[in-house]
Design a protein around this ligand. Structure first.
Ligand SMILES: Cc1cc2nc3c(=O)[nH]c(=O)nc-3n(C[C@H](O)[C@H](O)[C@H](O)COP(=O)(O)O)c2cc1C
Length: 191
């Protein structure tokens, strides 16, 4: 069993990474493998609406010029998928949006190929917009017939400079509880 966690922040070791790691720490404690994936440094293009994925039906995006298909493969091989995004102008980062558009379209073209995998969103924010980001990330899971565990609050942590999110005790606890619930759910689904 394994969980793959995509960090959509432009900062590899920033607050989103810290929040995701707090979730993964709990997942690992339950004996589930966890792989963090940094989108920083890769420029992902959005969907170009070519609809070739509906013709090819090969679980791949027809645009092969970036890393998207390796991310899709990681999702296909995982029991659980975490999407982490900072709040940028009250919305998800551009890289996470590209991941959602292209992976989401490939999934729809291939009979909801991620259905019944466990999915959860994680959001870093300085001040405002996090619940909007949280919603945007969850639309990806819910349209694809994925199963979304909850936590003790919406999955967000507050901080501006890298590391500040550690001072948000409730946010960090929310991540730990999310990790426990995610692991519990993955174990149930695999039993
Ligand atoms: C382009 C950009 C836009 C941002 N927009 C918002 C915003 O709308 N609301 C907010 O509270 N913080 C905003 N922030 C602050 C980040 O969400 C915050 O610093 C967050 O902790 C960054 O996560 P990271 O360390 O993983 O990059 C913005 C930051 C950047 C770089």
């Amino acid at each position: 069993m394994n969980v793959v966690a995509f960090n959509g922040s432009a900062r590899k070791d920033g607050n989103t990474a810290i929040l995701l790691n707090a979730v993964l720490e709990e997942v690992r404690k339950e004996g589930i493998d966890a792989e963090p994936v940094q989108l920083a440094g890769t420029a992902l293009q959005g969907c170009i609406a070519c609809y070739k994925c509906f013709e090819n039906k090969n679980k791949r995006c027809a645009v092969e010029k970036d890393e998207m298909n390796s991310y899709i493969e990681k999702m296909l091989g995982a029991d659980g998928i975490l999407l982490g995004s900072p709040t940028y102008f009250s919305d998800v980062s551009a890289n996470i949006k590209a991941l959602i558009e292209r992976c989401g379209m490939v999934a729809r073209a291939n009979e909801d190929m991620l259905r019944r995998k466990v999915g959860a969103a994680v959001v870093a924010v300085r001040r405002a917009g996090a619940t909007h980001v949280f919603s945007s990330l969850n639309y990806f899971f819910l349209i694809g017939q994925m199963i979304v565990p909850g936590s003790s609050y919406w999955n967000l942590g507050i901080g501006r400079e890298p590391g500040e999110v550690r001072n948000d005790n409730e946010g960090m606890q929310t991540m730990a509880n999310l990790g426990k619930n995610m692991a519990w759910l993955i174990r149930k689904l695999n039993s």
